[in-house]
Design a protein around this ligand. Structure first.
Ligand code: G4P
Length: 528
């Protein structure tokens, strides 16, 4: 590959994730996107159903017993002349810190909103994470085939709750049983809805011109109202502005129904045009240019191997610059060793294959036998360390107790190692010998108990603990910090990485403490 070819290849990449509240339609829209990418013959293969070929080892089998969907972690597919990398964000019971951290490995995000429900909790949290890097956001408002709310109202809600300007690109014509299609405000085109096409690429029936004769024939009495509504929408919303979108200040909005695969294509066509190609990334030294030909990347997720024959785990690496080629040597910066990688995997259309080449923007999977942690950097040439792949403050906490008190060492080791994989965090209070486990998603506690039993041969019991949230503590003034440590010792812990953490019993307690100690910073994230 010549240098110009390399640059062209990087420019074609679109690496993104979908954020949504459970049941808004993330899985359904993912299936349709793969269908457009010719990645699957028939939509409907994303959810791992019981007994499917994804039946797997250790804790993933537990997820399956519970009927939790296992989605493929990375999906790569071509669309137009682009290469799309879609990173899965665990969503239902499998919601975890991985969901947050995946958002640090993408260049943009697609937000899916249920048109009947509007902005929901999980979306608010995920938006907060996107804000850390001002990630550009596309919006798809789903389920127009149902009785939904007034969509102007939903846009208002997005603007006020999520604090981002909305620029509708398409607008729905009717809803529920009377859903007729979408109108593109910029191309002055009506895309006509025909139901029952969910499992294939739908015909694209277009009518040019809102005021055309054809529009009158197809929409009949609805047309006059639509013309008025479009006037109103244009007046009440923002005009699309590419720079504002790329700066994360404005979101283009599309409407449709993922289930019937309608409106998705219109969104995807603009997405591959407007969404950013791989962006520069910060390190402890300088920003790394994605078009640089010297390889580097970082690990954002570690997952149980999907192949039951191997008990190792897969470390997901975002390539940030240069090119991975099979058999190349790279430096594992944290442990300071050069390693040769010949068996990295890629995720073409959800199938794992050995990868020959991957470039900036792509995700590759490395076999991890315990030496790789979340946040690790791999480089050729200069040995920098990527930043911005943080731990996120957990929201659920439990005290861990042993059934057999003699196994304390194994328990500590197990909890420490599992925390390094990043799904849970371990906290050790300053004032007692408790072990407190924190997680973002509830399933993680069961995963840890299961893995402690299987891999470390320890049985643990969880007990409730009076902790509501955690904040990492920093203070530039050593004297103030000492005083704080003395006065607030009952609520302070050391986390698995050795960092001082404030465990707040309530939100009110946290705000009062923040007020009382203005020189102390209470951070919601901590770098690896
Ligand atoms: P999620 O991944 O965001 O959690 O949502 P998912 O795609 O699983 O969709 C949640 C439910 O909403 C599913 O129904 C799905 O069929 C439905 N759905 C998704 N998009 C649309 C749409 O555009 N219109 C309508 N009417 N429904 C939609 P379910 O019955 O809960 O699951 P399933 O049995 O279909 O898998």
């Amino acid at each position: 590959m010549s240098n110009t070819q390399f640059v062209d290849e990087v420019k074609r990449r679109r690496t993104f994730a979908i954020i949504s509240h459970p049941d808004a339609g993330k899985t359904t829209i993912t299936e349709k996107l793969l269908l457009f990418g010719n990645a699957i013959q028939l939509a409907g293969t994303v959810k791992g159903k019981k007994g499917s070929r994804m039946a797997t080892s250790d804790w993933m089998s537990m997820e399956q017993q519970r009927g939790i969907s296992i989605t493929t972690s990375v999906m790569q597919f071509p669309y137009h002349d682009r290469v799309v990398n879609l990173l899965d964000t665990p969503g239902h019971e499998d919601f975890s810190e991985d969901t947050y951290r995946t958002l640090t490995a993408v260049d943009s995000v697609l937000m899916v909103i249920d048109g009947a429900k509007g902005v929901e909790d999980r979306t608010i949290k995920l938006m907060d994470v996107c804000r850390l890097r001002d990630t550009p956001i596309f919006t798809f408002i789903n389920k127009m085939d149902r009785e939904v709310r007034e969509q102007i109202e939903v846009l208002d809600e997005i603007e006020s709750v999520l604090k981002i300007q909305c620029a509708p690109i398409t607008w729905p014509i009717g809803m529920g049983k009377n859903f007729k299609g979408v109108y593109n405000l910029y191309t002055d085109t009506i895309h006509v809805y025909t139901s029952g096409q969910g499992h294939r690429i739908p015909d694209d029936i277009q009518i040019k011109g809102l005021e055309s004769d054809e529009a009158k024939v197809v929409l009949g009495d609805l047309l006059d109202d639509l013309i008025d509504e479009i006037e109103l929408v244009k007046g009440a919303s923002h005009e699309f502005d590419l720079d504002a979108y790329l700066a994360g200040k404005l979101t283009p909005v599309f409407f449709g129904t993922a289930l019937a695969n309608f409106g998705v294509r219109e969104m995807l066509d603009d997405f591959v045009e407007w969404a950013p190609a791989p962006q520069p990334r910060s390190t402890n030294v300088e920003e790394v240019d994605p078009y640089s030909d010297t390889f580097s990347g970082f690990v954002f997720k570690i997952q149980a191997n999907m192949d039951p024959k191997h008990r190792d785990r897969i470390a997901f690496m975002r390539v940030c610059a240069g090119k991975y080629t099979k058999g190349m040597k790279m430096r594992h910066v944290r442990i300071g060793k050069d390693i040769k990688i010949s068996d990295a995997v890629t995720f073409l259309a959800g199938d794992r294959e050995n990868v020959e080449e991957a470039i900036s923007g792509d995700i590759i999977g490395l076999h991890n036998h315990g030496t790789i942690q979340i946040g690790d950097t791999f480089t050729v040439g200069d040995h920098c360390k990527y930043t911005g792949i943080p731990h996120f403050a957990p929201e659920l906490f439990k005290r861990v107790r042993l059934k057999d008190p003699l196994k304390l060492k194994q328990l500590q080791k197990g909890l420490q190692q599992l925390s390094e994989e990043g799904a849970t965090q371990l906290f050790m209070p300053l004032n007692n010998n408790d072990l407190i486990l924190g997680a973002v998603g509830v399933l993680q506690f069961e995963v840890v108990a299961h893995r402690l039993r299987e891999e470390y041969k320890v049985e643990c019991i969880y007990e409730p603990v009076n902790v509501n949230t955690a904040r990492w503590v920093e203070c530039d003034d050593p004297k103030k910090l000492e005083e704080f440590k003395r006065k607030a010792a009952d609520n302070l812990s050391i986390d698995g990485g050795g960092f001082l953490t404030y465990l707040a019993p309530t939100r009110v307690n946290l705000s009062l403490t923040e007020e009382r100690w203005p020189d102390v910073r209470f951070r919601t994230t901590r770098e690896h």
